[in-house]
Design a protein around this ligand. Sequence first.
Ligand code: 5RP
Length: 225
Amino acid sequence: MTQDELKQAVAKAAADYVNRTVADGAIIGVGTGSTANYFIDELAKGASRFKGAVASSEATAKRLAGHGIPVLDLNDVTDLPVYVDGADEVTPGLHMVKGGGGALTREKIVAAVAQTFVCIADGSKLVTTLGKFPLPVEVIPMARAQVARELAQLGGTPRLREGFVTDNGNVILDVHGLTITDPVALESRINQIVGVVTNGLFACRGANLLLLGTADGVQQLEARV
Ligand code: 5RP
């Protein structure tokens, strides 16, 4: 199976999970990226029983609306039973690096509201240690150089994502060369740097369930409690 076929398989498994577990009239949180796009396409097949969705990016909002799925403002939503999103890297403990598509801040906000975070990924995303994929950090533009110096002190090599502006009007520094042995601590540490909006470590609040696309089928991994 190709990587795209594996992404489609996990997207379908996620739509089945949502249809099985989420009540009629609920609102669904939807992530960003190619795997999330496949999920939106699957969700659209049975979406009418849901009230609508909260999007983690402008691109996702556009795709949802294109399928006729109502897009709701998170400020008008108190109950979000599930958030479904992809990842750039995920560990067996369900810590993730996200933000390859630059939507990390809104993704983290929507995930924070959701009761259950379902990560959908093809098998290539499963790693024992995070950091081979450069860690995205969203930064207020005037703080870019200072934040880059501080990230370098933490042992990484930050590189500006050229020509890219986030949905929030900020820039992304992609931090190369990190070996992330304590993702919870590093997530908190980077978020304390003045000028950082957030970073792409999803460890303080990781996923609750991983649907992983492999040649042997979709595997399910649950977070240990
Ligand atoms: C976007 C993300 C995506 O979930 C991540 O980049 C994975 O993308 P894809 O499903 O295209 O491999 O965090 O900000």
